[in-house]
Write a protein that binds this ligand. Structure first.
Ligand code: NAD
Ligand code: UDP
Ligand code: UDP
Length: 321
């Protein structure tokens, strides 16, 4: 019976932070998972525990190039997500979003697979509407240093909706808000991993700007649940749909929580605010609630200690303890 129900599911970016959790959950549900990754920001360590499972397969492949596999569902997550990584080779970032979307949509068209795009709250840019509903068109600088990511993701959304309009394909677009948890890259440059690593290593906490800018942080397990629920919807549900935790914090508040949790005496050190850094961000998640019966249930107070624990163990391994 299991074999009849087993779907062949492709996860691009499957060795990354969110992708590795997604692969794990799909395997736990007895699906056949193909993880495609070029290991730009992903790590083998994220998926090492899955290797050996006969229903898990890893392909080292760049989604900018065509891919021919036979699948029933595609989660398209391949793309560096942290500003330092996506700005490292911005042309490649845009190519990954745009050529990657075209290839994965071409694959979905040929196989008839359902396809889900991991879009982002960055499509809203530095929002002038707060919180952000899906109907908001955003405030993005098209020529700034974040544009390779923001506009790449916006173009990918356009492609998804044009393939839908032209070929009536089963597409799903999730707009993911800041997500955190175990398996974030320790040197990823994102705020949660930076603050925790700095606090654990007794280094100064790098607060960009005055720390009054806000973000809303979603624990990775909640995010994976939201993505899977969106994939399970019928043909009529396409999104775009916000997935995130509406709990909003300033970066200064986050730093204080991390310091308290780690019992660290690291000091706060102010750094210049990066170009086009959004001042505030909070998802309006009413649509996800209504269509998916989904809302994030893990508070920052619950998710942060689990993330600290992960980084503590990672450091202990490095130090050979
Ligand atoms: P991540 O960097 O850990 O994972 C991205 C994965 O994609 C990595 O394993 C990387 O090696 C792989 N990759 C990059 N370019 C590729 C290419 N050309 N071909 C094949 N693989 C490639 O980041 P993440 O946080 O797990 O993000 C996953 C997805 O979710 C991304 O698309 C990201 O834009 C989106 N997202 C994440 C967040 C967040 O807060 N984590 C927020 C919004 C959107
Ligand atoms: N493609 C792919 N795998 C497939 C089918 C298509 O990678 O199984 C790629 C193909 O290389 C093409 C892209 O997807 O460049 C878009 O395919 P589509 O059929 O939409 O366009 P066309 O092939 O007509 O350009
Ligand atoms: N940030 C910070 N210190 C850091 C890294 C990030 O103060 O060491 C700030 C950054 O300026 C932004 C927020 O934290 O306002 C979230 O940054 P991140 O790169 O994690 O995500 P994004 O800006 O893409 O939401």
């Amino acid at each position: 019976m299991k074999d009849i129900l087993r779907k062949r599911i492709l996860v691009t970016g499957g060795a990354g932070f969110i992708g590795s959790h997604l692969c794990e959950r799909l395997l736990a549900q007895d699906h056949d998972v193909i993880c495609v990754d070029n290991f730009f920001t992903g790590r083998k360590a994220n998926i090492a525990h899955l290797i050996g499972n006969p229903f898990f397969e890893v392909l080292r492949h760049d989604v900018c190039f065509p891919l021919y596999v036979e699948v029933d569902e595609i989660y398209n997550l391949a793309c560096p997500a942290s500003p330092i990584h996506y700005q490292h080779d911005p042309v490649q970032t845009t190519k990954t979003s745009v050529h990657g979307a075209i290839n994965m949509l071409g694959l979905a068209k040929r196989t008839g697979a359902k396809i889900l795009q991991a879009s982002t709250s960055e499509v809203y840019g530095d929002p002038t509407l707060h919180p952000q509903p899906e109907s908001y068109w955003g405030n993005v600088n098209p020529v700034g240093s974040r544009a390779c990511y923001d506009e790449g993701k916006r173009c990918a959304e356009t492609l998804f909706f044009d393939y839908r309009r032209q070929y009536d394909m089963p597409i799903k677009v999730a707009r993911i808000f800041n997500t955190y948890g175990p398996r974030m890259h320790p040197h990823d440059g994102r705020v949660v991993s930076n603050f925790i690593m700095q606090a654990l290593e007794g280094e100064a906490i790098t607060l960009y700007g005055d720390g009054s800018q806000s973000r809303s942080f979603c624990y990775v397990d909640d995010m994976v649940e939201g993505l899977m629920r969106l994939m399970a919807t019928g043909h009529e549900v396409t999104g775009p749909i916000n997935l995130g935790n509406p709990g909003e914090f300033t970066m200064r508040e986050l730093a204080e929580q991390v310091l308290a949790l780690t019992d660290s005496d690291s000091r706060l050190e102010q750094h210049p605010l990066p170009e086009d850094d959004p001042k505030q961000r909070q998802p309006d998640t009413r649509l996800a609630n209504e269509l998916l019966g989904w809302q994030a249930t893990t508070t920052l107070a619950e998710g942060l200690p689990r993330t600290v624990e992960y980084f503590r163990n990672l450091l202990a391994q490095v130090e050979g303890k």
